[in-house]
Design a protein around this ligand. Structure first.
Ligand SMILES: NC(=O)c1ccc[n+]([C@@H]2O[C@H](COP(=O)([O-])OP(=O)(O)OC[C@H]3O[C@@H](n4cnc5c(N)ncnc54)[C@H](OP(=O)(O)O)[C@@H]3O)[C@@H](O)[C@H]2O)c1
Length: 323
């Protein structure tokens, strides 16, 4: 039997129910995983409420986890019992055990813990895809990252600084400034401070503006993003934690801004390419180039508390459920 988090209705964090279920044997191309750590992502809140996803009840949400292969189905040759693996973008993660297509798995290197795997497979691949493909960040770039203490934001800053960029970060409140600074941001502004952040960014960049903005917050920050970027710069709108961004098209065209709205799935649809990005990510982590990942763990049975903390903006870094 396996612990699983079910929902019988979409709604708030009170809709989670911990139950036991029999997972069964893997079918052709599948493996059964004994999961050790499950990543919590901001998009999980939308799956929980029914804003995205759907499906018949009971439904199990969650997209990402790390664990051990416990059984392999017919035709699976790439993995064997006992292999340590991680995955993302596969709904149904919030469980102790699950069946999953072997073709969706990445090998978890020995030096990387299950918690690190679950904390950064989705967020790290997203960060990596954003700074290598949505806007290739390089030496000498100055970039702006919102939610600079959050999951994706933290990894974006660490990866971008490793690539030689200077980073300006914003956070929602003053209390999060130290966390964003610890990620390596050169300047951090709290959006509740009343300061004119665009003017500060103009001052820092000698009146030019930043080369690119990575904006996962959306509605509350898109106006700032379009004013802080340089003429002909790039604004990457990759999330909507505060709501969907309304883009001022007149401003975009007058300033020659490139606006992109990428997703990990669209940027890196091919599994082999994703595996190579995962290899890059875990190599950077193992080599210490991304610093210490900030991870807050909760027991899987405490999933409601993890969701409430994330949606009330109390968290920094990545949240992981352990079993
Ligand atoms: N495009 C893709 O493929 C892709 C993949 C992964 C994630 N994402 C997106 O990336 C964003 C970050 O994801 P994450 O999992 O790492 O989450 P996160 O950044 O750790 O958490 C969300 C953060 O958004 C900020 N925020 C601003 N306004 C908010 C509001 N009204 N309510 C709640 N939070 C608000 C908060 O930081 P402050 O308090 O500092 O403002 C909060 O901590 C999300 O929008 C997510 O959907 C996109």
């Amino acid at each position: 039997m396996s612990l699983v988090i079910h929902q019988y209705a979409f709604g708030d964090a009170g809709t989670f129910t911990a139950e036991q279920e029999n997972v069964g044997e893997p079918g052709p191309g599948e493996v059964r995983l004994r999961q050790r750590a499950i990543g919590v992502n901001y998009i999980d809140l939308a799956f929980r409420s029914g804003a995205v996803g759907g499906g018949g009840f009971p439904v199990t949400i969650g997209l990402e986890a790390a664990g051990d292969v416990e059984a392999v189905g017919p035709g699976v040759t790439a993995f064997k019992v006992g292999d340590r693996v991680t995955y993302t973008s596969m709904p149904g993660a919030n469980a102790e055990k699950r069946l999953i297509q072997a073709s969706s798995l990445f090998r978890l290197p020995d030096g990387i813990t299950y918690e690190q795997g679950a904390a950064m497979t989705a967020k790290g691949l997203t960060a990596g895809a954003l700074i290598t493909k949505a806007y290739p960040v390089g030496e000498g770039d100055v970039i702006l990252v919102h939610a600079a203490a959050g999951g994706v934001g933290s990894l974006l800053i660490r990866w971008a600084t490793a690539a030689g960029a200077a980073v300006i970060g914003t956070v929602g409140s003053t209390a999060k400034i130290p966390a964003a600074e610890a990620n390596g941001a050169d300047h951090v502004f709290a959006l509740d401070s009343g300061r004119d952040v665009v003017a500060e960014i103009q001052r820092i960049t000698g009146g030019r503006g930043v080369d690119a903005v990575f904006d996962g917050v959306g509605r509350d920050t898109v106006g700032l993003s379009l004013r802080a970027v340089r003429e002909n710069g790039t604004v990457v709108l990759f999330g909507a934690s505060s709501g969907r961004p309304a883009v001022d098209e007149e401003l975009v065209s007058r300033r020659g801004i490139t606006v992109s709205r990428p997703s990990l799935d669209a940027l890196v649809p091919d599994h082999d390419e994703r595996r190579s990005l995962a290899d890059d990510l875990f190599e950077l982590v193992a080599g210490g180039d991304l610093g210490e990942t900030v991870i807050t763990t909760y027991p899987l049975t405490d999933i409601a508390r993890a969701h409430r903390d994330l949606e009330s903006r109390r968290t920094t870094g990545s949240l992981v459920l352990t079993i």
